[in-house]
Design a protein around this ligand. Structure first.
Ligand code: AVI
Length: 325
């Protein structure tokens, strides 16, 4: 190990790799095998997710963009002049352009994302379009405690802090974790802040299931990519061809569940670990909760947020809330 490799950045990368390995071993050792969905987003997974957002079946992105376009002026008004926008899970930073365009002299954009290279490429594109906005990217797993870097002159910020959490990513948490995440966001942004947050609404099962099992097989590839990532980064010997994508609506829990189903009896090796799969056994890879407006607001209130506005698309498939504290 050379001195130059021993930088803080590389230590962080080593730490992330060790956490990934530990999460995989833990998850595959459970009676119901499971993996955290945040690991979908390596370089290939981030690209596949962008593709999902353009699929004809995947309505959330289009519905949310429709709402944000229609309400951009209202969001700009509630942000006020000189506000800073903090986005949790910023991905390709497409939706945020609508907000930046509608805000009066936005001071800073702080994207927080687990996929560093993907985020930095997106921020570089954004910086060209918004030269007056300070770009402050934070490579971090926002499901863990995050700290904002100092913003503005001497860390003092004149305008309001506005959190942005689009896409119904809140639905990828369990309800308990979603509530504590919203409370944590409140602490990070502080009193006087606002939060613009998208969430997916309950709807016809066929619409939901098609959105998570598209005809082109992109969501299947996105799900299966997790196994290739584990092979590459943790040194496992998954045969991705030995698993198939499964997505269904669980009406009791109000959520889409994604699984990877073993098509045969097989064993997977990872260093000294062995994981046995029965035929038909699954790895639970994601939950995507669907809410009612009331259930969502109850959760937000528990987490210390007040409702300022609530918008849905004309079909009533998706909602965006503007919250304040
Ligand atoms: C990021 N998240 C909101 C997506 C969702 O709809 O739950 C992830 C996704 N999984 C499959 N398709 C999209």
């Amino acid at each position: 190990r050379t001195a130059s490799r021993d930088t803080a950045e590389h230590r962080a990368a080593d730490e992330a790799a060790a956490l990934f390995r530990a999460d995989v071993i833990f998850g595959l050792s459970q009676p119901q095998k499971a993996l955290p969905p945040k690991y979908f987003y390596d370089a290939a997974g981030s690209r596949l997710f962008d593709h999902i957002c353009r699929l004809p079946e995947y309505y959330p992105t289009r519905c949310e963009l429709e709402i944000l376009k229609a309400r951009a002026a209202e969001i700009g008004a509630l942000a006020g002049p000189g506000a800073s926008l903090v986005e949790f899970g910023s991905g390709s930073s497409i939706k945020v352009r609508l907000l930046l365009d509608a805000m009066a002299e936005p001071a800073a954009y702080v994207p927080i994302d687990i996929s560093g290279p993907h985020m930095r490429a997106a921020v570089a594109r954004l910086a060209e379009a918004y030269p007056a906005v300070a770009m402050v990217p934070v490579e971090a797993d926002f499901t863990q405690a995050v700290r904002l870097p100092p913003l503005g002159e001497g860390g003092r910020l004149e305008g309001r802090r506005v959190g942005f959490f689009p896409g119904s990513t809140i639905g990828n948490f369990t309800p308990e974790a979603a509530t504590s995440f919203l409370a944590h966001v409140g602490e990070v942004l502080g009193d006087g802040s606002a939060l613009v947050i998208g969430f997916d609404l309950a709807k016809d099962r066929a619409v939901l299931e098609a959105a998570y099992d598209d005809r082109a097989g992109i969501t299947a590839a996105f799900n299966l990519n997790l196994l290739s990532r584990i092979n590459r980064e943790v040194g496992a010997d998954f045969d991705p061809g030995g698993f198939r994508h499964k997505a269904f609506f669980n009406g009791t829990e109000n959520r889409i569940e994604m699984h990877l189903e073993s098509v045969r009896e097989q064993a997977v090796r990872m260093g000294r670990h062995h994981f046995a799969f029965a035929r038909g056994e699954t790895i639970h890879t994601e939950n995507s909760y669907k809410f009612s407006v009331d259930a969502f607001l109850a959760m937000a209130r528990h987490a210390g947020w007040r409702q300022r506005a609530m918008w849905t698309d004309p079909k009533g498939w998706f909602a965006v809330a503007a919250l304040e504290r």
